[in-house]
Write a protein that binds this ligand. Structure first.
Ligand code: PLP
Length: 361
């Protein structure tokens, strides 16, 4: 039987490294509520991301929802991108806000700042942009607009762990940046996420929000359970030392794809790979039919790429207001993410590329 190649495979540390952190749990009998593993992971993540304030939470979706709550934008219009995973949009809807989709810039796939100002109304309260595939948003331009109209900025940085921009961590941009540590992400703690903020008051608010809105018997506000368990933190602690190696390995595999696929498929045009994390390997096909042909050919070889992202989020069936985003809809119809993970072999990359080339003849 042929070995299946999925788009990604969760990274695992050495079993005894995870077990070491689990032993602590059995010794302390502390399973959750800011136990020693969670506290240690929060400190280490804060140092890794070089940010003053970071909360490690249940997952990347709760991180987005906490961000909307903490910045007090509930009920308002949130300008956002249609090119992302559904959690970006669903978190906005779940928190009773209205997503207002602004189309993407065709080279970087991130929200087009030139279109943001036209979408601002008196109900606009914030911007939720995504550093999609780890490509930095046009952060300076977005911040300039936010300052001009007094809007809050949230970056969904679920793909951007470890990315630096102009020498600084990308997550230091925005009022809050959120991370996802889901098993499929570059760095993971099985499930998990984080809220990063430069503001102490926002940090304090998230602290209360994620623990049901109370401290002891004093109830301050409506809250939710966003706390993470000691077992999840154990996996995060065991994985964190591997991040640099994971990025280096993904870079090698990406360069292998680059060299074999050159001239055959289009790639997103990144001006500067300095500081990139190689979290995904997206390719852009000529049209949807070519994409479907390529997917069929790969599936026949037990290779399973993913249509990240499809469909364009502005076309979700449960949206009340439909806004056209032709650039995003076009990209969504022909973008494909190829398998990329630690453990993928160059011979497998070669086979994937050969299959793609053959399908396109
Ligand atoms: C994975 C992901 C999320 C959600 O993170 P979870 O930890 O799975 O809840 C949000 N936004 C983007 C862009 C993602 O890729």
């Amino acid at each position: 039987m042929m070995e299946k190649i999925q788009v990604t495979q969760a990274f695992l540390p050495k079993e005894e490294e995870y077990a070491g952190y689990v032993s602590r749990i059995f010794a302390s009998k502390i399973l959750t509520n800011q136990g020693p593993n969670v506290v240690e992971l929060e400190e280490k993540l804060q140092a890794f991301c070089q940010v003053p304030y970071l909360h490690y939470v249940t997952n990347g979706t709760i991180a987005l929802q906490l961000a909307l709550r903490a910045l007090d934008v509930i009920g308002g219009e949130i300008i956002t991108t249609p090119f992302s995973y559904v959690a970006t949009t669903s978190s906005i809807l779940w928190e009773s806000c209205t997503p207002v989709f602004v189309d993407i810039e065709p080279n970087r796939f991130t929200i087009d700042p030139e279109r943001i100002e036209k979408a601002i109304t008196k109900r606009t309260k914030g911007i939720m942009a995504v550093h999609v595939f780890g490509f930095p948003c046009f952060v300076e331009e977005i911040q300039r607009i936010a300052n001009k109209y007094s809007l809050k900025v949230i970056y969904d940085a679920a793909h951007a762990f470890g990315v630096t921009y102009k020498g600084h961590p990308l997550v230091s941009w925005g009022d809050i940046a959120t991370l996802s540590f889901h098993a499929t992400k570059l760095f993971h703690s099985i499930e998990g996420g984080a809220c990063v903020t430069p503001h102490q008051d926002v940090y304090n608010r998230i602290d209360i929000l994620r623990r049901f809105g109370h401290l002891g018997d004093t109830h301050y506000c409506l809250g939710i359970n966003g706390k993470q368990s000691e077992f999840h933190a154990a996996m995060g602690l065991a994985n964190l030392p591997y991040v640099a190696g994971i990025i280096a390995q993904r870079k090698l595999l990406s360069e292998c794809y680059d060299s074999i696929l050159a001239g055959c498929v289009a790639l997103p045009k990144m001006q500067d790979k300095q500081g990139h994390n190689y979290a995904y390997y997206p390719i852009l096909l000529k049209n949807e039919q070519t994409l479907l042909d390529v997917v069929t050919a790969l599936n026949n070889e037990e290779i399973y790429p993913r249509r990240y992202f499809y469909p364009s989020l502005n076309t979700l069936p449960y949206l009340a207001n439909k806004i056209a985003c032709p650039v995003s809809e076009d990209i969504c119809s022909r973008v494909l993410c190829l398998p990329l993970y630690v453990g993928l072999e160059t011979a497998q990359v070669e086979k994937i590329c050969t299959t793609i080339r053959r399908a396109m003849q």
